[in-house]
Design a protein. Structure first.
Length: 317
């Protein structure tokens, strides 16, 4: 008798934990997301039935999607979703955060980079002026009581030509750069550079042990909320698979999108562990979001207007 009861309990628990992953999405849901790390996080679900993906570059189309409510799910920078919500341009609610602290200081092996002390009073070429990458760099410097001379390029990939110095003249190349994955791994594998890499998330103060970047936003008025929930459970499982079985994951997704093929399997396999992709429910990790708001307000209060996002932004199951 006890054996039968045990088996019944096992079946019930299995259905609870695995039901969302094995359940089917019955109605077509529309997802818009940027290329890059968020696309890698979703990669294993790109062939999922009844999910219509739109992959974009830049924030403009993500903004349009949130304002127009054209998609059931928008994967976007947390800053973007919060800003639109706070100025009442969007009613999308944040469900989970999926990328964190993909911001690094990088130097060649011949240039010391063991701690923030090594960049004190040095020149750093950065990107994203007055936005999250730049704010993380400035906060890491201030938290460690150092200063640096920072110059900027528009995007992370715009720094690459300056750093690799393809003409062989490296005297004017920046000794230190701000970078992110998968660009760092591209520098290592494509250009054959030996690098020192310092994760800025690891050297910031206790209030910023996790820096949220990309988040999952849900249209609360979607008629397919049950299907969205199923998708979210599948995505959480997919991200766990990506982190635990990275090589097999890359082999599976490599043919699913041009971005993966252009990036290359070797770069993807090496860059994923440093991309800091995870799945944290926003409603259960409000302290991370609040700390991030305070960080943004300290270094650029124009982003959120000096305010902390309201409780109403969190999606509640």
């Amino acid at each position: 008798m006890m054996r039968k009861v045990f088996l019944l309990l096992l079946v019930i628990l299995s259905s609870v934990f695995l039901g969302g992953c094995s359940a089917k999405i019955n109605n077509e849901i529309k997802v818009i997301l940027p290329s890059g790390t968020p696309l890698i996080a979703v990669g294993g679900l790109l062939e999922e039935e009844n999910v219509d993906y739109t992959v974009v570059s830049g924030a403009d189309l993500l903004t349009t999607a949130m304002i127009s409510k054209s998609h059931d799910i928008v994967i976007a920078p947390l800053t973007l979703g919060m800003k639109l919500f706070m100025n009442e341009s969007s009613s999308y609610k944040v469900y989970a955060i999926i990328t964190f602290g993909n911001t690094y200081l990088v130097s060649r092996k011949t240039t010391a980079l063991n701690s923030m002390a090594d960049v004190n009073q040095q020149d750093i070429m950065a990107f994203g002026q007055n936005n999250t990458p730049d704010i993380i760099l400035k906060a890491a410097l201030e938290d460690n009581k150092y200063q640096a001379n920072i110059t900027y390029q528009a995007g992370v990939n715009d720094i690459v030509p300056f750093f690799v110095c393809g003409d062989g003249n490296c005297e004017k190349a920046p000794k230190y750069i701000l970078s992110a994955e998968p660009t760092i791994t591209t520098l290592e594998l494509k250009y054959g550079l030996e690098l020192n890499i310092l994760n800025l998330q690891d050297v910031m103060g206790e209030d910023h042990e996790k820096i949220p970047q990309a988040a999952l936003f849900i249209n609360p008025d979607s008629p397919y909320l049950k299907d969205i929930e199923i998708f979210m459970k599948k995505l959480e499982k997919n991200i766990n698979e990506m982190n635990n079985k990275t090589n097999a994951y890359v082999d599976k997704i490599i043919g699913f999108h041009d971005f993966f093929q252009k990036t290359g399997a070797d770069v993807l396999k090496r860059s994923i562990p440093r991309s800091n992709i995870n799945f944290l429910l926003a409603e259960e990790n409000k302290e991370i979001v609040v700390a991030y708001c305070n960080l943004l307000n300290k270094y650029n209060n124009k982003i959120l207007g000096g305010s902390v996002v309201d409780e109403e932004i969190y999606y509640k199951n």
